[in-house]
Design a protein around this ligand. Structure first.
Ligand code: DMJ
Length: 643
């Protein structure tokens, strides 16, 4: 976890710097070669099998056979229930007349194998006479047929469901001209990010703004799923960039295809794609987004096929085979990953009337409730085979963060009826406050990380989201400690602002220490980067909504200017490798969350509160707004939507 290649990116890992950019033309070439190779491999395997069967089939008239039970697999089964016998039992018991029948049967089989073998050889010869392009075209035709079939299956209309009350989809235009101007500047930055992605990275997952080409990482698998398009849609919508929104919608309609042989992160695909599609659906009412979200969710479900029901971190969208990250403690799944599915999955059940999604996430919750928690803390790692915790590390930043966020938001999203989630949140936050939150010598409140029995006095940029979470959870807190939690949110916001203010670029580092005379400053070189992350701005926005203290707009504006000055390049926006250097180098990645989250939170910070009011909308961890479901007096499974 210490090398850049293993650093958590989104509450989770991900190569932050030196991301191995995949060049897609190259991928396509590899695909062509491997397809041909696989075809030849299958043919030769088949021929070998035929030869093997033909030459090595034992002559049972000479040798006594042992029934190894393989006949059911290798030889067509004879239905014994109709007085027949399996070929295996003929071989063992064959005598006299039986032996004669057996020899005939064997001869018949030999002839069949010979004929099949010759046919296969002919077909292989025919195939090899064809040019590479012809073979490629045939494969493509077959693939298209399969895709069309799947599409037909997947595009079944969904049952109509009454939409929740959608309040506050308006312009939120501020009256103050200065605030309006700032908001327009942020919209212009969004346009710059989108236009360049449109021009140089269209359809790819992300953009390399300096190389001016597409970019991707392992979280999206090996295919072009247009992550930036899906992630950006709702931001475009609320900013009133409707032409751009329509372009994105058209791409999704025509190109977004999940029947791909690609291994993706369940968590990332859920928060960015399913969350993004659902938010786009609720905001715009366009059915296509709902349909795509449901199709994709179906592809994630096989990830839950583990002995415990705790999903794998990754799943192959085509085969449904799942596995965990190689770096995670003892084959574990990650708390912030399997614990960050609830909001989207409840909405999927709501929209489809199918409880399967809801049941999956409730199963995870039930399992977690039953487990012992060291010091009341949830460790970051849980083994999906054994149901046991891995290493006892606890974090409110990478690997843990959004699990806590989703407990609170599950309660909010249920119109505060899911009191079980609220209780789990309250218990968790109490333990966090007791064991992880400290004040530095200089008076800065920070959230450290628990590692094998001791507190590491280090806080990540990711952890800064917690300021907003504490403020959001203040109302409804146990023992009426609303004031306390709002204050805690304000202190975290202050600390995170300090982490920005103490750098040369006025942009925050990835992680900062409170140790050995250092306060809110990164010490290690590989913690000095800023990759366009949103968490600090997210907290400014929540604090602004709850307090209207002008300092949050001021801090948000400082961050806007710093991003525009140091991260903007002519081909988009890039992360920087060292926020303490006056001549920083770029990482050349425009992250999709920059459009989904960073720019959205900034825009909302300079908008009126009636744009997406927090009483009616809950933002998922990728800043995709989902409406509160007013399910009062009913349990989810008793909701009429579940037919
Ligand atoms: C985003 O993908 C989400 O906010 C996630 O929960 C954690 N952080 C990244 C961006 O930093």
């Amino acid at each position: 976890m210490t090398t850049p290649a293993l650093l958590p990116l989104s509450g989770r890992r991900l190569p932050a710097l030196n991301l191995g950019a995949s060049s897609f033309p190259h991928h396509r070439a590899t695909l062509r070669l491997s397809e041909k190779f696989i075809l030849l491999l299958i043919l030769s395997a088949f021929i070998t099998l035929c030869f093997g069967a033909f030459f090595f089939l034992p002559d049972s008239s000479k040798h006594k056979r042992f029934d190894l039970g393989l006949e059911d697999v290798l030889i067509p089964h004879v239905d014994t229930s109709k007085g027949g016998k399996s070929l295996g039992s003929f071989l063992i018991h064959g005598q006299g007349h039986d032996e004669h029948r057996h020899r005939e049967e064997e001869e018949r089989l030999r002839n069949k194998i010979r004929a099949d073998h010759e046919k296969a050889l002919e077909e292989a010869k025919e195939k090899l006479k064809k040019s590479r392009d012809e073979i490629q075209a045939e494969i493509q035709t077959e693939k298209n047929k399969v895709v069309q079939e799947l599409k037909k299956k997947d595009s079944k209309p969904l049952p109509p469901v009454p939409l929740p009350n959608l309040i506050g989809i308006n312009s939120g235009e501020p009256a103050d001209p200065d605030i309006r101007e700032k908001r327009n500047k942020i919209k212009e930055m969004m346009k710059h990010a989108w236009d360049n992605y449109r021009q140089y990275g269209w359809g790819h997952n992300e953009l390399k703004p300096i190389a001016r080409k597409g970019h991707s990482t392992n979280i999206f698998g090996n295919s072009q799923m247009g992550a930036t398009i899906v992630d950006a849609l709702d931001t475009l919508y609320i900013m009133g960039l409707h032409d751009e929104f329509r372009e994105g919608q058209e791409w999704i309609d025509k190109n977004l295809d999940f029947s791909v042989n690609s291994e993706v992160s369940v968590f990332e695909v859920n928060i960015r794609f399913i969350g993004g599609l659902l938010a786009a659906y609720y905001l715009s009412g366009q059915e296509i987004f709902k349909i795509k979200a449901v199709q994709l969710a179906g592809k994630l479900l096989p990830a839950f096929n583990t002995p415990t029901g705790i999903p794998w971190a990754m799943v192959n969208l085509k085969s449904g085979v799942g596995r965990n990250w190689g770096w995670a403690s003892a084959g574990s799944s990650i708390l912030a990953e399997f614990g960050t599915l609830h909001m989207e999955f409840v909405h999927l059940s709501y929209l489809t009337g199918d409880p399967v999604y809801y049941n999956k996430v409730m199963h995870i919750r039930k399992l977690l409730q039953k487990m012992d928690r060291p010091n009341g803390l949830y460790p970051n790692y849980l083994n999906p085979r054994t149901g046991r915790w891995g290493q006892h590390h606890t974090s409110v930043g990478g690997l843990g963060d959004s699990f806590y966020e989703y407990l609170l938001k599950a309660w909010l999203m249920s119109d505060k009826t899911d009191t079980e989630a609220r209780k789990m949140y309250d218990d968790a936050i109490e333990a966090i406050e007791k064991h992880l939150i400290r004040k530095s010598n200089g008076g800065l409140t920070f959230i450290g990380e628990w590692k094998n029995g001791h507190l590491e006095r280090k806080m990540g940029h990711l952890t800064c989201f917690a300021g907003g979470m504490f403020a959001l959870g203040a109302d409804g807190s146990r023992d009426d400690k609303a004031g306390h939690y709002l204050q805690l949110g304000a202190e975290i916001a202050h600390t995170c602002h300090e982490s920005y203010d103490r750098t040369t670029l006025k942009l925050g580092p990835e992680a900062f220490k409170f140790d050995g005379g250092v306060e809110a400053v990164a010490v290690r070189q590989n913690e000095k980067y800023y990759i366009l992350r949103p968490e600090v701005i997210e907290t400014y926005w929540y604090m602004w909504r709850f307090t209207h203290d002008p300092k949050y707009r001021q801090w948000g504006w400082e961050a806007t200017q710093a991003i525009d000055k140091y991260c903007r390049v002519s081909g988009g926006f890039s992360g920087v490798k060292d926020v303490y250097s006056s001549s920083p180098t770029y990482d050349d990645v425009q992250q999709s969350f920059f459009l989904a989250e960073t720019l959205k939170y900034l825009y909302l910070l300079f908008s009126n509160d009636d744009l997406l009011p927090l009483d009616n909308w809950v933002f998922n961890t990728e800043a995709h707004p989902l409406p509160v479901l007013h399910l009062a007096n009913t349990t989810l499974s008793g909701n009429p939507a579940y037919r």
